[in-house]
Design a protein around this ligand. Structure first.
Ligand code: ADP
Ligand code: PAZ
Ligand code: MN
Length: 913
C-alpha cells in the first residue's frame, strides 16, 4: 500500500475547516504581488510571462463589431460578415475556382519581442543573445482560411474590402515582412477565376491579380501541408479516421487527386517536381450540377444531406438484380455490388418524380466517388505509386464520400494502395498561391512552429462565418448568445459513420440517419494556423519521431467518455471561480456563461467526432479549456487562490528549511522527494483534491499528506536516483551540471516541494533552471510569478539568495543577508525560464526558445505533477537523466497507469543511456 486514503484522515472532526479554501473568492488580499501585475499585463494584451513566446489565443482573434447577417436572419445558414478585425497587416491569396473562391490570408501579430529584465538577464546567463540566435524569416501571425461561392463573388469582394485585406500589398523588396498599406497592391491568385475576374478585382478593389499556375499552387500547398502540419493527412475507412504522420524524407512520390469542379491527378515527385498525369471531367461539379437538376436542391449541402437518407438500391442496378438475387462469385462480386449506376431506371416504368431525391443523391454520390477512386487507382498503378492524397472541396469532410473513395482504392488495389485525405482539403491551391509570394519564408516553417487553434466560434458555425470567429469581447459574447440556438442545432450529434461493407462489391446504404449535415464540417475541421517562429523542439528528447506527448489516447471511446464527464462536471465550479476572479460583476457573469457554452460546445463537438480538430489526447482537452477561458478574457482564474497558498507556504518555509538542514544528506534527499510528492496534492484541477481542501487548512493538508508518504511508492526508483546523487560507499559521483525543474502548482507545491529540492541541487553545485508556464493554467505557477516567490524564499535562505542573485532574479528585490555568512565567490545560478505553454500539460515538441536554449547544457530534468509527468511525458525518453515526480490525484488514472489508487505516488527515475 502506498500513498494514503482519503477518508480515514479527512473524516476526522477536529479538522479546522478553512473557509477560504472552499473556493469563494473575494480577492481581499493585502499584498499586491506579481499576480496583480500579471493581471494588468494580461488585460492590456501583453505577454504575461514577459517572454517572446506566446502560443495562446488570448488576444482577440477577430473583431465582431459591425458584424451583420446578410440577407434573411430566418434563413438556415445566414451569411455573417465580420468586417472589423484589428490585426495589423494582412496578406491575401486567392484560388478562384469554378464553384468556390478560396481565400488564405495572414494577419500579423504585433511584435512581442521582449526586452524585460528577466529575459535580458536570462539571455546573458544562458549565453544567448538576439545576435547569435537565428533571425526568423517570418514574423509571428495567423493564417486564416475562408471560402465563398464563386457565384456570390460580390460577398467575397465585400469581405476583402471591409477587412482591407487588399491594402496589405507586398513590398517588392521586403516581401511580407515589410508590407505596408498599399493601394496598388498585387494579389496572388490562381484558378480560372484569376483570369475571368481580373477586371472585376481591378474595378472594385483597385488590385491586380498576379496569376499563378493552378497545378504549381496545388502541389506547393499539398507539400507544405504534408510537411508542416501535424495531423494533416488521414485515412478514412469504414467510418474510422486515422491520422498519418508523413515522414519528410519519404513523402515522394505520391499521387495528388484534387476533386474540385473537375478532377486533376498529379504525380508529385518533390517540391516543384510534378506532372499532371490525368484527370476526369466527372467531378464535384458533376455531382452538384446533375444533383441540382435531378433533385431541385438549392445548395450543395442540401444535396449531400439528402444522400444520408437515401437508398441507392431503388435506382442502381445491382449484381443481384441481374443474377436473380445471388452473388457472382466467380469474379468476386456480391449481390449488393452496383453493376450499373442508375441502371434500374432503364427498365422501371418510372419518371424522375417517382424516385426519391434522397436515393438519387446517394446513387450519384456513390457513382462519382467510386469512379474517381477507381481512376485514381489506375493512375497510381501506371506509375507504381502507393499513396494517393485526395483534396478539393467535393470531399467536404464527408465521411461517406471518403469511405467510398477509400473503398474503391482498397478494393481495386487489393489493399496495396492507400487513400488519404487532407484536413485543408479545398485550400491547397490558395495556400500554394499564398506561398508564391517571395521572401515570406513560409516554406521554411517547420511543424513545431505552427500551432493550430480552434477559435471559440468553431462549434457554433451555424451560419457561414466569413472570418475566423470571435474577437472583440462584447461582440463575441452577444454573438454566442445570438447564435446559440443555431449552435445547439448544429452541435447535436449527427452520426456519420457508414455501415460496413459487403466485403466484395461496395457499401450498403449509409447507416447515418442524421437529419442535418453539419452546415460546414469542412470549415470546422480546420482552425486558424498560428505561426510561432520562435517555438522549438525540446532538444533533450531522445527520439522526436517516436515522441507522443499524450499518455492517454482519447480515441478509446471509454477514455473519451470518462474525461468528458470529468471536465463537464468540473465546469460549474470553474465558472464560479472564473467569475469571482473577475470581481463577480454582471459582465464577468456573462463572460462566464459564454465560456461555459463555448467550451461545452467544443466538448460536444469532439464527443461526436473526436478527431475533428486533429488527433485528440487528454492534453489537448485540458489546453482547450484554458484557451476558452482566455478567449473570454479570464486572465487568471486561480489568481487569489495561488496568492493565498503562496503566502501560507512561505510562512512555514523557514521551519522546513531548518528541519531539512538538521538531517543527514541521505535522509534529506528522501525527505525532499517526499516533500515534492506530498505538496503536489495542491491541485485545483482535481475534483478529489478540491473536496479535500474544504476539510483543512493548507498547512494541515500539507502535513497530513507528508505524514502519509510511505515507501515504497507505487512507482519507486528513489534508490536509483539516490545512488546517482550520493553514490554508494565512498564513491561520490560528480554533481549534475544543470538541472531543469519543470514546476507545477503554486503554493506548497513550489514553495515547500520544488524550491527546497532546487536548493539542494544548488548546494551541490548544480545550476538550476525553474521551468514554469508562460501563461496561467489552473493553479499552476507562471514564470512571471516565480521570481517573486524565490525572492520571498531567499529572505530566509542564503543558498537561494546567492543563486537567485547569480541568476539575475533578485535585481529588484531588497534582500538582507539573514545569517551574515561569507558570500560564495561564484555561486551557481538559479534561473527561471518560461516554457511557452499555457496548459497543465506540456508538449515538448513545441517549447519556448529560451527553454530550448536552457536545455542545451542540462544533464538532469525533473518533471513534476500529473499534467507534465503523467498525462504527458510519462513515456517520454530523454537524452539526459530524468526524474518524474507526481501524486496521482485521480482514481481511474491511478488504476490504469500504475495499477494503484488515488493519492499513490510516482517517482520514476530514468538515467540517460
Ligand atoms: N458550399 C458549396 N457550394 C458549392 N460546391 C461545394 C460546396 N461545398 C462543397 N462543394 C463541392 O466542391 C466542389 C468545388 O470544389 P473546389 O475544390 O472548390 O473546386 P473549384 O476550384 O473547381 O471550385 C463543387 O463542385 C462541389 O462539388
Ligand atoms: C489538471 C491536472 C492534470 C493538474 O494536475 P497537476 O499537473 O497539477 O498535478 C489534474 O488535476 C487532472 O488530471 N485533473 C482532472 C481529473 C480529476 O478531476 O480527477
Ligand atoms: Mn498543476
Amino acid at each position: 500500500m502506498t500513498g494514503f486514503k482519503e477518508d480515514p484522515v479527512l473524516g476526522t472532526n477536529d479538522m479546522i475547516v478553512n473557509k477560504e479554501g472552499s473556493g469563494t473568492e473575494t480577492g481581499s488580499s493585502s499584498r499586491p504581488p506579481v499576480v496583480d501585475k500579471a493581471r494588468e499585463e494580461g488585460q492590456s494584451g501583453r505577454d504575461m510571462a514577459g517572454n517572446s513566446i506566446h502560443r495562446s489565443g488570448s488576444r482577440p482573434q477577430l473583431d465582431l463589431s459591425k458584424a451583420a447577417i446578410q440577407g434573411n436572419f430566418e434563413e438556415r445558414d445566414p451569411t455573417i460578415l465580420l468586417p472589423n478585425q484589428s490585426d495589423d497587416i494582412s496578406h491575401l491569396a486567392l484560388d478562384i475556382g469554378g464553384s468556390l473562391i478560396k481565400l488564405v490570408y495572414f494577419s500579423r501579430r504585433e511584435d512581442r519581442s521582449n526586452n524585460d529584465k528577466r529575459t535580458k538577464t536570462l539571455q546573458e546567463k544562458l549565453g544567448i543573445s538576439n545576435g547569435s540566435r537565428r533571425s526568423f524569416p517570418v514574423l509571428g501571425g495567423r493564417l486564416h482560411f475562408v471560402k465563398f461561392e464563386t457565384a456570390k463573388i460580390n460577398e467575397c469582394l465585400e469581405f476583402i474590402s471591409s477587412k482591407q485585406l487588399h491594402c496589405g500589398g507586398v513590398d517588392v523588396c521586403n516581401g511580407l515582412l515589410g508590407a505596408a498599406a498599399n493601394n496598388n497592391a498585387v494579389i496572388k491568385a490562381t484558378g480560372g477565376g484569376a483570369y475571368k475576374f481580373a477586371d472585376l478585382f481591378k474595378e472594385r478593389l483597385g488590385v491586380s491579380l498576379d496569376k499563378e499556375d493552378e497545378m504549381d499552387c496545388l502541389v506547393a500547398g499539398a507539400n507544405f501541408l504534408l510537411k508542416a502540419i501535424r495531423h494533416e493527412a488521414f485515412t478514412h475507412m469504414e467510418g474510422q479516421k486515422e491520422f498519418v504522420q508523413m515522414d519528410d524524407n519519404d513523402l515522394f512520390p505520391y499521387l495528388l487527386v484534387n476533386i474540385g469542379s473537375g478532377v486533376s491527378m498529379i504525380k508529385v515527385d518533390g517540391d516543384g517536381k510534378f506532372e499532371r498525369i490525368s484527370g476526369t471531367n466527372v467531378g464535384g461539379g458533376t455531382y452538384w450540377g446533375l444533383g441540382k437538376l435531378l433533385t431541385k436542391c438549392k445548395s450543395f449541402d442540401e444535396l449531400l444531406e439528402l444522400s444520408q437518407r437515401g437508398d441507392n438500391r431503388t435506382i442502381d442496378m445491382l449484381v443481384g438484380d441481374i443474377y436473380g438475387g445471388t452473388d457472382y462469385n466467380k469474379i468476386g462480386l456480391s449481390a449488393s455490388t452496383i453493376a450499373s449506376s442508375f441502371g434500374k431506371a432503364i427498365s422501371d416504368q418510372k419518371e424522375l418524380e417517382d424516385y426519391s431525391p434522397e436515393d438519387i443523391s446517394l446513387s450519384l454520390l456513390r457513382m462519382i466517388s467510386y469512379n474517381i477512386g477507381q481512376i485514381a487507382y489506375l493512375n497510381a498503378l501506371r506509375f507504381g505509386i502507393k499513396r494517393i492524397f485526395f483534396g478539393g472541396f467535393f470531399i467536404r469532410g464527408h465521411a461517406y464520400t471518403m469511405d467510398t473513395i477509400s473503398f474503391a482504392v482498397h478494393f481495386w488495389s487489393k489493399g496495396e494502395m492507400q487513400a488519404m485525405f487532407l484536413r485543408h482539403e479545398g485550400f491547397l491551391g490558395a495556400l500554394g498561391a499564398f506561398m508564391s509570394y517571395e521572401k515570406h519564408g513560409l516554406d521554411d516553417l517547420m511543424v513545431h512552429q505552427l500551432v493550430e487553434r480552434f477559435p471559440m466560434g468553431a462549434p457554433y458555425t451555424g451560419g457561414k462565418i466569413h472570418g475566423p470567429p470571435l474577437g472583440d469581447l462584447n461582440e463575441k459574447i452577444s454573438w454566442m448568445e445570438k447564435f446559440v440556438l443555431k449552435g445547439t442545432e448544429i452541435t447535436a450529434p449527427v452520426p456519420m459513420a457508414p455501415s460496413g461493407t459487403t466485403g466484395l462489391g461496395g457499401f450498403e446504404v449509409p447507416s447515418s440517419k442524421g437529419a442535418t449535415l453539419r452546415s460546414d464540417a469542412s470549415a470546422l475541421n480546420i482552425g486558424v494556423l498560428h505561426l510561432e517562429p520562435t517555438l522549438e523542439v525540446f532538444p533533450l528528447l531522445a527520439d522526436l519521431k517516436t515522441y507522443e506527448p499524450n499518455t492517454i489516447d482519447l480515441s478509446d471511446h471509454n477514455e473519451l467518455e470518462y474525461w468528458f464527464t470529468v471536465l463537464s462536471d468540473h465546469m460549474p465550479d470553474l465558472v464560479d471561480k472564473a467569475v469571482a476572479s473577475e470581481g463577480g460583476t454582471d459582465d464577468a457573469k456573462r463572460r462566464g456563461d459564454a465560456f461555459a457554452r463555448a467550451f461545452s460546445a467544443h466538448l460536444a463537438r469532439l464527443m461526436e467526432e473526436p478527431a475533428a480538430y486533429g488527433k485528440l489526447g487528454l492534453a489537448n482537452l485540458l489546453e482547450l479549456r484554458e484557451e476558452c477561458l482566455r478567449e473570454f478574457h479570464f486572465v487568471d482564474v486561480y489568481r487569489s487562490i495561488k496568492q493565498r497558498e503562496n503566502e501560507a507556504s512561505l510562512a512555514v518555509l523557514p521551519d522546513l528549511l531548518m528541519e531539512l538542514d538538521s538531517m543527514s544528506e541521505e535522509t534529506r534527499l528522501l525527505t525532499l522527494i517526499e516533500g515534492v510528492l506530498a505538496a503536489n496534492i495542491f491541485d485545483w484541477g482535481s475534483r478529489a483534491c478540491v473536496e479535500l481542501y474544504h476539510k483543512g487548512t493548507i498547512i494541515e493538508i500539507y502535513r497530513m499528506s507528508r505524514n502519509k508518504m510511505q515507501r515504497p511508492w507505487r512507482v519507486d526508483d528513489f534508490d536509483l536516483f539516490k545512488e546517482r546523487m550520493l553514490g554508494s560507499g565512498d564513491k561520490k559521483p560528480p554533481p549534475h551540471k544543470r538541472a531543469l525543474l519543470f514546476v507545477d502548482n503554486s503554493g506548497a507545491d513550489i514553495v515547500l516541494g520544488m524550491l527546497p529540492l532546487a536548493r539542494e541541487l544548488l548546494r551541490r553545485g548544480t545550476e538550476v533552471v525553474l521551468v514554469a508556464n508562460s501563461l496561467p493554467a489552473l493553479n499552476d505557477v507562471t514564470a512571471m510569478e516565480v521570481p517573486e516567490i524565490v525572492a520571498e524564499a531567499a529572505k530566509h535562505c542564503d543558498i537561494l539568495r546567492r543563486a537567485a542573485e547569480a541568476g539575475g532574479l533578485l535585481v529588484d528585490a531588497m534582500i538582507t543577508n539573514s545569517d551574515g555568512s561569507k558570500e560564495n565567490s561564484s555561486p551557481v545560478p538559479l534561473i527561471v525560464v518560461a516554457n511557452g505553454c499555457g496548459s497543465p500539460c506540456i508538449d515538448l515538441r513545441q517549447v519556448s526558445s529560451e527553454l530550448a536554449a536552457a536545455a542545451m547544457e542540462a544533464d538532469l530534468i525533473i518533471l513534476e505533477g500529473m499534467g507534465r509527468s503523467l498525462h504527458t511525458n510519462f513515456n517520454a525518453r530523454f537524452r539526459c537523466d530524468a526524474l518524474k515526480l507526481a501524486m496521482v490525484k485521480n482514481q481511474r488514472l491511478a488504476e490504469k497507469l500504475i495499477q494503484g489508487n488515488i493519492y499513490d505516488c510516482v517517482c520514476r527515475y530514468e538515467p540517460a543511456n
